[in-house]
Design a protein around this ligand. Structure first.
Ligand code: S3P
Length: 181
C-alpha cells in the first residue's frame, strides 16, 4: 500500500507521515527532500532559478519515479503537489490519499511559528488566497480527510501528530477495501 499525505503548508504532512511510516514499518519519502536531492538545489533556489511551472514539472516527475518503485511506502507531498492535475491524478489513482485539513486561522497560527524560508509561495501569496484555490483540489484528490482541529485548536504538538497517525492506521485497518489496494 502507498499512502500519500496532502494538505497546505504547515498542516503536518511530514510530521504525520514519519509517524505513519514508523507505525506501519513502511519507508518514508518526503517529496520536497527528494526533489532537492535530484536537483542538487533547495526548493527556494529552484523557484528563483526556474519558476513555479518548472518546479511543478519536477515535482510531477519526482512523484512519478517514486511511485514507480511500487512498494509499500508513506509519501509526504508538498502543499502544491495536487495543483498539477497530473500529479493529483497519480495520487488519487495509485495511492491511498489522506488530506490533512485545517482552517485558515489555524494554518496562519502554525505558519507564524515555523521557519518558512524554504517556502517561496508564501513570499508571493497570502494563505487565504492559496487556500481558496487549493482546498477544492485537496478535497477532490483525497480519499480520506483528517481535520487538525479535531486534535488541537492551535499548533499541533508531538502528541497530536501521534494521535493523528494512530487514527489513520486504525482507519486503514478497519476498512475492508481501501482505495488503491
Ligand atoms: C509548496 C509547498 C512546499 C514546497 C514548495 C511549494 C506549495 O511544501 O513543495 O515550497 O506550493 O504549497 P510544504 O507543504 O512541505 O511546505
Amino acid at each position: 500500500m502507498i499512502i500519500s499525505l496532502i494538505g497546505f503548508m504547515g498542516s503536518g504532512k511530514s510530521s504525520v507521515g514519519r509517524r505513519l511510516a514508523d507505525l506501519l514499518s513502511f519507508p518514508f519519502i518526503d517529496l520536497d527532500a527528494e526533489i532537492e536531492i535530484r536537483a542538487g538545489m533547495s526548493i527556494t533556489a529552484i523557484f528563483s532559478a526556474y519558476g513555479e511551472p518548472a518546479f511543478r514539472k519536477m515535482e510531477y516527475e519526482t512523484l512519478s519515479s517514486v511511485l514507480a518503485v511500487g512498494q509499500d511506502m508513506v509519501i509526504a507531498t508538498g502543499g502544491g503537489t495536487p495543483v498539477n492535475p497530473e500529479s493529483a491524478g497519480m495520487l488519487r489513482e495509485r495511492t491511498v490519499c489522506v488530506y490533512l485539513s485545517a482552517s485558515e486561522n489555524q494554518l496562519s497560527e502554525i505558519l507564524s511559528v515555523l521557519d518558512n524560508s524554504n517556502r517561496p509561495m508564501l513570499k508571493k501569496h497570502t494563505v487565504g488566497e492559496l487556500m481558496r484555490a487549493r482546498v477544492p483540489i485537496y478535497e477532490n484528490t483525497a480519499h480520506i480527510s483528517v481535520n487538525l482541529s479535531d486534535y488541537t485548536d492551535g499548533v499541533p504538538d508531538d502528541s497530536a501528530f501521534d494521535r493523528i497517525a494512530g487514527d489513520i492506521v486504525a482507519y486503514l485497518g478497519e476498512e475492508k477495501r481501501v482505495p488503491g489496494n
